[in-house]
Design a protein around this ligand. Structure first.
Ligand SMILES: O=CCCC(=O)O
Length: 494
């Protein structure tokens, strides 16, 4: 039975039904857009619209701000233990609804169903982690160096937090922001990507069922981002914006935030180098490469972008990588046989074809794939390119798709220089059997995260975030909670 053939009796939950009703969630109510407008959400695996969703107006967005404001004092005063218990219930409900949420994720983003299930587990872990962190927003007491007074530092919720989330991980990028914000005592407004509003609405239903009070979480679903986000950011009640998406859009939002000196957390673009040293265990390196490149079909900010392979192992690595790629089954994500789903839009898929053509024109060899799949959906063959010159667009730019370009190197110094020769620095991967070498390379690469003999670093318990133009702030770990707390220092003589 394919997932598509499951009957609603097999899987039906309130969250699933509420999401498909396509209404925005404001102040604890499920509402149509105030002007009744809707927009269509596409199944990228079929290239056709399958549901209509409320197209929130700027007025609807301001209603969400008002609802978050009305709930702010009550939620900030709710005991941290109670906030944590609600988050824990939301974790349990998310896991109980795994298959339904995964189906929504696959339908609207195109990713393979098993990947979508994995995303639900990953996203739910942020709720469990921050349910545990809720009680750890602790201050400190210290004696001033002069000995004349005491330094008391207390932590306070930042206030209303606006979240702008991407289509590539529609559940996990929402919980990575909502979890710490709720734990810290902030009320929130979530604006999901227009491609993937359904998962966000399913999450709203889960939080509602978990007992999150009305107004603490609001989900608006405008198809036009610019005017709606700008209206909310101009409102002095909104204190923080957290964005996951491209560096270009992040810069625009930072300029808008600067006008009101809003708090920002920015998780922006990457261009991860994946370095295979001559002593690497090639079984581990290829398994890591498959995860680093094909998790979410390469549509991830943490995806390996540039494969730097030492010339002494290049031929062997290429052959093994090609063989592993040939095992991937491309097709509609709801068929459990397939493990490489559709790209999210035709535009994204066509962008990949342009990158491949650019590399070929500059002399790269296509070892595997390289073409679109002939289908109504937006599928691309997994693609392996070899002898890719350093100035090819797929080396200089973030690829965001299932294309793996290989560049050979001979000298350690040269590969470190190449790894650092980009404006971004989110994550890097190093494959070596020499741990001391791996740690030394990790310390020299300008990135917020490094994976050694791994293809994935993402973990709700770890501080996720980039250096350079990859962003500001951390999500996950204890650091993730601190992003939603302001410290206040009081000097006390007693
Ligand atoms: O694409 C951005 C997030 C990816 C992740 O959390 O692993």
């Amino acid at each position: 039975m394919t997932v598509d053939q499951m009957t609603r009796e097999d899987t039906a939950t309130t969250a699933y039904e509420k999401a498909l009703a396509g209404k925005q969630y404001i102040g604890g109510e499920w509402l149509d857009a105030s002007d009744g407008a809707t927009f269509g959400v596409e199944d990228p695996g079929k290239g056709e619209v399958f549901v209509q969703v409320a197209d929130s107006t700027p007025d609807d967005c301001m209603a969400a701000v008002a609802a978050a404001d009305a709930a702010a004092a009550g939620w900030a005063a709710t005991p941290p233990r109670q906030r944590g218990e609600i988050l824990r219930r939301a974790f349990d409900l998310m896991i109980a609804n795994r298959d339904d949420i995964a189906k929504l994720i696959t339908l609207e983003s195109g990713k393979a169903y098993a990947e979508a299930q994995g995303e639900v587990d990953y996203g739910a872990e942020f709720l469990r982690w921050f349910s545990e962190e809720a009680c750890r927003g602790l201050g400190t007491v210290a004696t001033a160096p002069s000995g004349e007074y005491n330094i008391i530092t207390t932590l306070h919720p930042v206030g209303i937090s606006l979240f702008v989330t991407p289509w590539n991980f529609p559940a996990a990028m929402a919980t990575r922001k909502i979890g710490p914000a709720l734990a810290a005592g902030c009320t929130t407004i979530l604006k999901p990507a227009k491609e993937t509003p359904l998962t966000a609405l399913a999450m709203a239903a889960i939080f509602e069922e978990a007992g999150v009070p009305a107004g603490v979480i609001n989900v608006i679903t405008p198809s036009k981002s610019h005017s709606t986000i700008a209206a909310m950011m101009a409102d002095p009640r909104v204190k923080k914006i957290s964005f996951t998406g491209s560096t270009g859009v992040g810069k625009v939002l930072m300029e808008q935030a600067a006008r009101r000196v809003m708090r920002t957390s920015m998780e922006l673009g990457g261009n991860a180098p994946f370095i295979v040293m001559p002593d690497a265990d090639l079984d581990v390196a290829v398994a890591s490469a498959m995860v680093a490149k094909f998790r979410n079909g390469g549509q991830s900010c943490t995806a390996a972008n540039r494969f730097y392979v030492h010339e002494s192992v290049e031929a062997e690595f290429v052959e093994r990588f090609r063989t592993a790629m040939a095992d991937l089954k491309v097709g509609h994500g709801l068929d459990p046989e397939n493990n490489l789903g559709a790209m999210v839009t035709r535009k994204e898929r066509d962008g990949m074809l342009e990158l491949i053509e650019d590399a070929k024109a500059r002399g790269a060899e296509v070892v595997f794939g390289g073409e679109a799949v002939d289908s109504a959906g937006y599928f691309l063959q997994p693609t392996l390119l070899r002898n890719v010159p350093r100035d090819a667009r797929c080396i200089r730019e973030e690829i965001f798709g299932p294309v793996a370009p290989i560049v050979t190197f001979t000298e350690l110094e040269d590969v470190i220089e190449q790894a650092n020769d980009v404006e971004v620095g989110l994550v890097s991967f190093v494959q070596t059997s020499d741990l001391a070498l791996g740690m030394s390379m990790a310390s020299r690469i300008d990135a917020g995260m490094v994976g050694i003999n791994r293809g994935k670093v993402s973990d709700p318990a770890a501080p996720f975030g980039g250096w350079k133009e990859s962003g500001i702030g951390k999500e996950g770990g204890h650091e993730g909670l601190l992003e939603y707390l302001e410290s206040k220092y009081t000097a006390v003589s007693w």
